[in-house]
Design a protein around this ligand. Structure first.
Ligand code: NAD
Length: 250
């Protein structure tokens, strides 16, 4: 278990033999698209106060919370493009080598890269949802120059449709992710610390059900020494490009 070119060949062999491979991605896959992770030295929490994403704090202080949310997620994410790692996963799916992507990310980059089966464990920043009447509207069609934004239907407070701290996981994404963990014989983990529960439990469950684990990360995570079989240490784009080459995918 370590980096090195022989590892790419081994990983490619495991991918080719897999009956049902699932990718599980975290903030690290989008770092090279220009979106920082939450944690670590250059993480968003070294600059912003995470309480803007606690549901009770948000409801009590919508205006200052929205000012940070807009700066972090809507000014920022709009400028990001999918990178070689997102694009590589979409290519694997087209080749029949990947069944689904479970992502903790809310940045929409898997969709934009062309992946078709995506379970968004923490929702998505694309839509806003009204906390009063529950209706949804696209963030792109909402005026974010006056904060907090309000519902076109009932004038209630709008909240991004991603999971805030203290909120439940969207039921469908949760159920489908658990099903992937039951069925898959290979999980490919990319750019995740494995610190955010309950998402972090999914790869452990897959492992218990017998899945092989390939992991891509710049540094060891909670998974590396516990369940990872092949650790491709490096940046997501470099490692995915190495894997694509070993698989013969252009
Ligand atoms: P994290 O912030 O806890 O950890 C990021 C991981 O990525 C680390 O293990 C780090 O070593 C690794 N990493 C950093 N740069 C990398 C690179 N270039 N290539 C490969 N790996 C790299 O992220 P998390 O575990 O996903 O958990 C944080 C939560 O925050 C997630 O649930 C996610 O929803 C959310 N989040 C999402 C985004 C996004 O949508 N892009 C951004 C920040 C946070």
């Amino acid at each position: 278990m370590s980096g090195g070119s022989a590892n790419y060949e081994r990983a490619a062999e495991v991918v080719r033999r897999a009956r049902h491979a699932t990718a599980f991605t975290g903030a690290g896959i989008s770092v090279e698209s220009g979106i920082p992770p939450f944690r670590g030295k250059d993480g968003l929490w070294s600059k912003y106060d995470p309480s803007c994403l606690e549901i009770n704090h948000f409801l009590a202080h919508p205006e200052p919370s929205w000012e940070l949310i807009k700066e972090i997620f809507y000014d920022f994410f709009d400028r990001a493009e999918p990178n070689a790692a997102h694009i590589g996963l979409a290519a694997m799916e087209r080749q029949g080598l990947l069944h689904a992507v479970i992502t903790q990310n809310i940045d929409n980059l898997h969709q934009r890269a062309g992946s078709q089966t995506i379970y968004e464990f923490h929702g998505n920043s694309r839509d806003l949802v009204c906390v009063r009447c529950g209706s949804r509207q696209a963030a792109a069609e909402t005026n974010l120059s006056r904060l907090p934004p309000s519902c076109m239907r009932c004038d209630g407070l709008l909240k991004p449709d991603f999971v805030f701290f203290g909120e439940p996981i969207p039921e469908q994404a949760h159920t489908r992710s658990l099903a992937e963990a039951q069925i898959a014989d290979l999980f490919i983990l990319i750019g995740t610390t494995g610190e955010v529960v309950p998402a972090s439990m999914i790869p452990f469950l897959a492992r218990r059900r017998g899945a092989a684990i390939i992991e891509i990360n710049t540094e060891p995570s909670n998974y590396t020494h516990q369940i990872t079989d092949i650790f491709l240490q490096g940046k997501a784009t470099t490692a995915m490009t190495g894997l694509m080459t070993a698989l013969g995918i252009k």
